[in-house]
Design a protein around this ligand. Structure first.
Ligand code: FE2
Length: 380
């Protein structure tokens, strides 16, 4: 049974709900009214600005009626009904209790133990079956990457992957880019070349938050794809040395790319980016793209470099990495704000042809949230 009590000041009320006492402010309740004068019944958009809510707004009366919280405000007299489940889901009266470096409950960090349990689905099934698409996208959001198998071996098939959740983000590299490698003994530069795990394009702001890589040809041995969870690496750094974590989160690094005519990209962001409340938001790490770091005070620079070196060592630690091979018709999608990727060295002769492009996580999360709201019968 729900109960309600108004504070004598009228500035907030306490709602007793499911054994909890949740306080809500008058101004918050008024701002979050769902009546048709406040919110558009069609699209849910707010129709008023805060300036239209009297700063003196107080709760004049409150009661539980027909399973709803009914509040009457003063001085602008207005009575609004609130859904109790909505209030419970949106309650803010709680201790934060979050540690620096926290992540949302639907994010699961991982290391090499993830092993063969990588998020994988069949290309045809996620295209034709919305429930399968929802489940795969949920895994991509949870783990920061996912693989698709049994797709067509066809020029441009990567765009069909993007169509599953969003839109291509075009850059100076084009709508997509080609990754062609010929591995032969006369070109030893390629045969032994592995890349350090990195995030792509840290010199852009905003950074492209999704990368798609689609394999069309793969006859060379080796060249496996490798991924590292940057959030797990950042947390490990913090566990080892909180000061090192702090120095990387509290100063900006600089990134640049000016490798072609007409392009001079620059960005200034921390290697490990936190929200104001300590949530891990993004990792930017790419040894090829770091510019001179000039935003760290002289006194902190040695600590900064020690922290930067250690983060790199953690990223390079095989205990952090998950590897998988991409065969023709297989692709992978990676959250470029979180998961670092690399290619392992080749060990034989042959060819490899991949196509890559960028997209964004907001589109992926939007598609996922929309699919999660579909009734089960519609998602089949
Ligand atoms: Fe890359």
């Amino acid at each position: 049974m729900a109960s309600v009590a108004i504070d004598p000041s009228g500035t907030f009320l306490s709602l007793g709900l499911a054994g909890k006492s949740l306080r809500f402010h008058a101004v918050w309740l008024r701002d979050n009214a769902w009546d048709p004068q406040t919110r558009s019944p069609g699209n849910g958009q707010r129709l008023i600005a805060l300036r239209e809510i009297d700063p003196r707004t107080r709760i004049a009366a409150a009661e539980i009626a027909a399973g709803k919280l009914r509040v009457t405000f003063a001085p602008q007299e207005r009575t609004i009904d609130y859904d109790l489940a909505w209030l419970e889901a949106n309650a803010y009266d709680r201790a934060s209790g979050n540690e620096i470096g926290w992540t949302a409950p639907d994010v699961e960090t991982w290391d090499a133990h993830l092993g063969a349990n990588i998020p994988v689905a069949k290309f045809d099934s996620v295209r034709s079956d919305l429930a399968a698409r929802r489940d795969w996208l949920a895994k991509v959001a949870r783990y920061g990457f996912g693989k698709l198998e049994n797709g067509p071996v066809e020029d441009g098939a990567l765009f069909d992957v993007v169509d599953l959740f969003g839109y291509v983000r075009e850059t100076n590299y084009g709508r997509h880019f080609e990754v062609r490698t010929e591995v032969n003994p006369t070109n030893l530069a390629y045969t032994g070349l592995g890349l350090q795990a990195h995030t792509d394009n840290p010199y852009r702001d905003p950074v492209p938050s999704v990368q798609v890589l689609y394999c069309l040809e793969s006859s060379a041995a080796g060249g496996e794809n490798m991924v590292v969870d940057g959030f797990r690496a950042a947390r490990r750094l913090r566990e080892e040395n909180a000061e090192w974590f702090d120095v990387l989160t509290s100063h900006c690094a600089r990134y640049e790319y000016a490798g072609e005519e007409g392009v001079a990209l620059r960005a200034r962001r921390p290697m490990i980016e936190l929200a104001p409340d300590g949530e891990l938001k993004a990792i930017r790490f790419n040894n090829r793209s770091f510019a001179a770091i000039t935003d760290v005070p002289f006194e902190a620079m040695e600590t900064y470099y020690a922290a930067y070196r250690r983060l790199g060592e953690i990223i390079d630690d095989p205990a952090m990495e998950v590897t998988f091979r991409l065969e023709p018709g297989e692709s992978f999608v990676v959250d470029n704000t979180r998961v670092l990727h690399a290619r392992k060295a080749y060990s034989g002769i042959g060819k490899r042809w991949l196509q890559g492009c960028y997209s964004d996580m907001d589109g992926l999360r939007s598609t996922l949230a929309w699919l999660e709201r579909l009734p089960p019968e519609a998602a089949q």
